[in-house]
Design a protein around this ligand. Sequence first.
Ligand code: PGA
Length: 245
Amino acid sequence: MRKKWVMANWKMNGSKEMVDGYISELEQHAWDKHLELVIFPPMIYLQQFAGKNLHIGSQNVSSEPNGAFTGEVSAMMIQELNCEYVLVGHSERRQYFKEDNAIIAKKFHIVKEHGMIPVICIGETLAEYQSGKTRDVLKLQLQSLNKTADFTFKQCIIAYEPAWAIGAGLTPTCHEITQVFEDIKNILHELKLECTDVPMLYGGSVNENNIQMIDSIENCSGVLIGGASLKVKQLLEILKCITCC
Ligand code: PGA
């Protein structure tokens, strides 16, 4: 049976009360044991998941290990809160916080060094999509992670998230996502970073209406969900539609 992931990226949403309600609702439900649900709440709420039987991840991490970096949170700190996963290179971090491929690579490696799984988000902008540059953009984003001799894609997850699909109610077609997953595999091969079992997720406007289509895509190991993960009932609907086989 193949493992799949559903990752809930709350972004900067939620409240202490919302977290309590969300956790207690989840605790009343079960889903396929091959399906791993990972919640990415705002960092300040990670502690509320302590002792709960849920997987958690951080939406961000500092690229530095420690020191005079006011406002930053280190990999060690989030690891101490039992985070198993960290989002790296999300398009909102790239766009609004000007994170470039070099910073993203540092974050990616620091997450790995602390024994957590980086979920490296890659994807093209609308202009890049329209001008047929998707493959080139993805290649550059993946290539820039390869900074060390012993680099490997083991214990990593790749999330393909076209920036133009995020929060937009738009998704690429099934055919386009299939093609991109194929391209990613070939790019890893070209870069000699081949890791045949690197899980690939899709993210961008995933909801209960399109999940079956996305879940049916070959090589799709799950989804990264923003808006539709904020309401726990909607998330549970999505979980019900995923088949692990
Ligand atoms: P969305 O966000 O599901 O609201 O489009 C996805 C993401 O940003 O990871």
